[in-house]
Every structure is written in C-alpha cells, then in structure tokens.
Design a protein around this ligand. Structure first.
Ligand code: UGA
Length: 420
C-alpha cells in the first residue's frame, strides 16, 4: 500500500517506519525541513530503542523517505495524521495542528482522482474526527465521505522505549471507521500483524484511547495512594503489589508505586478528559484526584528529605531526569517539580541522567550536571532517585548516604523508599 504520514514526531515516525518495514511504500511529511533532512540522512530525530537500525533498513529498501512536500499525499492511498495535540491552558487538547493538517491533506486530494482514506492517529477529544476533521476534509477536497473519501480513527498504544515492538505486537488494533472504504483498507493494512482487531465507530475509537490512558494513570495514582498508607503503617507496598498482581482482575503491571507518572501522554490525556467533563457540567471526581495525587507524590520526597535534614544549603543529588527509563524525554518528568522545590528551599542541586541531561538543561540551566552517577553522588549530602534507570540500583554507589528512592530501585544502607 502507498502511505503518507503527516507529522514526523514520535508517533508519525514510528508508524511510518514500521509500516514501511511491513512492506508498504511510505512517505513521512513534516513542515520542519531540517528534520526531514536528518531523517533522509539516516539519523533519527528521536531516541528510541532500535530506531536507528530500522531507519537505515527502511531507507535502504527505498520504501521509505521523508519530505516537506504535502502534495505527495496525492500519490498515496492512505494518509495518517500524526500531529501533536498539546494541552491548552484549560487542560483541553489543542487541535490546531489537526485542523491545519486536515486542510492541507484535503487540498492535496484535489490533485488526485482515485479513492483516498484519511486516518486520525493523534489523541483528541472524542468526536473530533466526525465534527472537525471530516468537515474540513470534505470542504477542502470537494469530496464526500463514502464517495472517494474514507475517514478513520486508529489510536496508537505505543510506549516510549518499546514503541517499535508495541507497534509490531499490539494487544489489539483499534479501528474507528466511518465507512466501508476505510474499514477495508485498514483491515488489509494491519492483517500481517495477525492481532485482534476491534472495530468501532469513530468517536468510540477516540474514547478508547483516552479512557485507556486515563485508566492506567488512575491505576498509578491508586497504587501511590495505597503505597503512602502502607508506608505510614510500616508495610512495604512492593510486597503488597506482588500479592495483588496474580489476580487476573488486577494484573501485575502498572503496580509500581513511586514518584508518579510523567511523559507526554498520561498527564495531558487525564487533564483533557477531566477538562471536557467539567465543561459539560460533570464532576470528574476520580480524574481530578488522579491528577492531584500525581502532583503531590513527587513533593512527598522533598518532605521526607526535610524530615532528615535542613534542606537550605545542602547538596542534593537528583538521579534520573527522564520521565521514565529508556528515553531522553523530560516532558512532565517528576524531577521537574522536585528540582523546582529543592531550589526554592535553598538546596544546591546536582543531577545525572543516562539520556536526558540535554533536555533537562534547557529547563534548569542553573544546576550542575554529571555524566556519571557516582561523581554526581560523591559530594552530595543526600540523594533522590527519580527515574528507574537500572544503573541506580547498586547499593555500593551510595555507601551510607541518605537515599530517598522514588522508584524502588535500590536497597542501600541508608535508604528510605517513598512507599516502603
Ligand atoms: C503511555 C501508555 O503506556 C501507552 O500505551 C500510550 O500509547 C502512550 O502513553 C501514549 O498515549 O502515547 P508512555 O507515556 O510512553 O506510554 O509511558 P509508560 O510506560 O506508560 O509510563 C508513563 C509514566 O507512568 C512514567 O512516568 C512511569 O514512570 C509511570 N509509571 C508507570 C509508574 O509510575 N508506575 C507504573 O507502574 C507504571
């Protein structure tokens, strides 16, 4: 199949490369020329396990390339819209890029006579495809849905760090289809994966994505709250989780209590659906609490530190700046509120991460960064572990220093866990 992908960010690039690797002919279209050049040179603009080899393989196969030329859409059968939908100040999703991409794709379809399917992959408030994307596409292309134009929603469930294997081995493929054309094409496209397909109406597919992320975020805030109670009662939550997980109704995954969730998806998607509920006059009690627990959780680590020493003037090593291990992404990292609070309270902050120093330096140029965790810890009075990088687990690294572990990675001599 001939595929165009609008947006070469995280989701767009992984989707484009994986579809090319499955034998399709793919062109990724982006407005940033330097990014397009980087991709075509064989250099990935994002850090992701296995992406460099995949990009080189796809370029060599000549089934994959990037361009800034939107008219290329007309030479393909199907277009995926994978543009960013950041949070508005009120928490709702900002769909400006979805609107502009839809308009550009619609216009490009004016130069094509055969059928075309447009698939929305970006995370949006349910109903966006039907009430925003489709009318824009129809107006710009002069086509009608079901008459030369198909539309669909196909959310992604990729996790940073394991995105390629998540794409190739999905638990399910969700297809929100508005017409036979899009349904048939997407079923054919995903058939080689041999995974279950859930086919639903457009808005249902949009809600499956949002509800899945909101549920997982709820699970994390729930275990964090119970973990806090456990800590107060002298019970190790890690053992509690081990005893809960074997029940298939609960499941062993996402029971890691700690400093809370970050990243580009969970905080944004919970805020988005909660804001929509408020807008509708509903009271999303659970979703509001999920966010509040998550805001407070990292600050508990600073409170724990303050119970052991006077933070003003001491040197604190923050280990882990990425929102989780295996990525260089610092978006909504729980280290951000922690470093902000430590600086406010007069600490001298030194920090380490295996991948995310450059990203974090843009936010906090004033703190000192180390390339090696041992050097970072060496002169510090106390250590806060914020990201579960395996390199932070060695107890000998810390000797008898005070370590406040927000991720449950170490059992050094003088450590205190956030929920154990
Ligand atoms: C998440 C979802 O897991 C993906 O299914 C989804 O496709 C993606 O968002 C998205 O919407 O694009 P991701 O943000 O890459 O993926 O990261 P996760 O591995 O889910 O972790 C998110 C955060 O939760 C991290 O900060 C992590 O440390 C935290 N977490 C995770 C916990 O605190 N405890 C856990 O048990 C699990």
């Amino acid at each position: 199949m001939r595929i165009s992908v609008i947006g070469s960010g995280y989701v767009g690039l992984i989707t484009g490369l994986c579809l090319a690797d499955l034998g399709n002919e793919v062109v990724c279209i982006d407005v940033i020329e330097s990014k397009v050049e980087t991709i075509n040179r064989g250099q990935s603009p994002i850090f992701e396990e296995g992406i460099d080899e995949l990009l080189i393989r796809c370029l060599a196969s000549e089934r994959f390339r990037a361009t800034i030329d939107i008219s290329t859409v007309a030479q393909t059968d199907i277009t995926f819209i994978c543009v960013g939908t950041p949070s508005n100040p009120d928490g709702t999703w900002n769909i400006d890029h979805v609107r502009s991409a839809s308009k550009a794709v619609g216009k490009a379809l004016g130069q094509k006579s055969s059928d075309h399917v447009v698939v929305l992959k970006s995370t949006v408030i349910p109903m966006t495809c039907e009430t925003v994307v489709l009318p824009i596409l129809e107006a710009a292309s002069g086509r009608r849905q079901g008459h030369g134009l198909g539309v669909a929603v196909n959310p992604e469930f990729l996790r940073e760090g394991t995105a390629i294997s998540d794409f190739m081995n999905p638990d399910r493929v969700v297809i929100g289809s508005g017409d036979h054309l899009s349904s048939a094409l997407l079923r054919e496209l995903y058939a080689p994966l041999g995974r279950p397909i859930v086919e639903v109406p457009l808005a249902t597919a949009e809600m499956i994505k949002v509800a899945s992320n909101a549920f997982l975020a709820t699970k994390i805030s729930f275990v964090n709250e119970v973990g806090n109670i456990c800590k107060d009662m002298g019970i190790d939550f890690r053992s509690v989780a081990e005893g809960m997980g074997p029940d298939p109704r609960i499941g062993p995954l996402f029971l890691n209590a700690g400093a809370g969730f970050g990243g580009s998806c969970f905080p944004k998607d919970v805020r988005g659906i909660a804001a929509e509920a408020h807008r509708r006059g509903l009271e999303p009690l659970i979703l509001d609490a999920v966010l509040e627990v998550n805001d407070r959780q990292p600050l508990r680590m600073v409170e724990m530190l303050a119970r052991s020493l006077d933070i003003n003037g001491v040197q604190v090593a923050v280990l882990g700046l990425a929102f989780k291990p295996g990525t260089d992404d610092v978006r909504e990292s729980r280290s951000i509120p922690v470093v902000t609070k430590l600086l406010e309270r007069g600490a001298k902050v030194v920090a380490h991460d295996y991948q995310a120093i450059e990203g974090f330096r843009k936010l906090f140029p004033e703190i000192t960064y180390y390339d090696c965790p041992e050097d970072c810890v060496a002169e510090a009075d106390a250590v806060l572990i914020m990201t579960a990088w395996p390199g932070y687990s060695r107890p000998e690294m810390y000797d008898d220093k005070l370590v406040i572990d927000g991720r449950g990675v170490t059992r050094s001599k003088n450590y205190e866990g956030i929920c154990w």
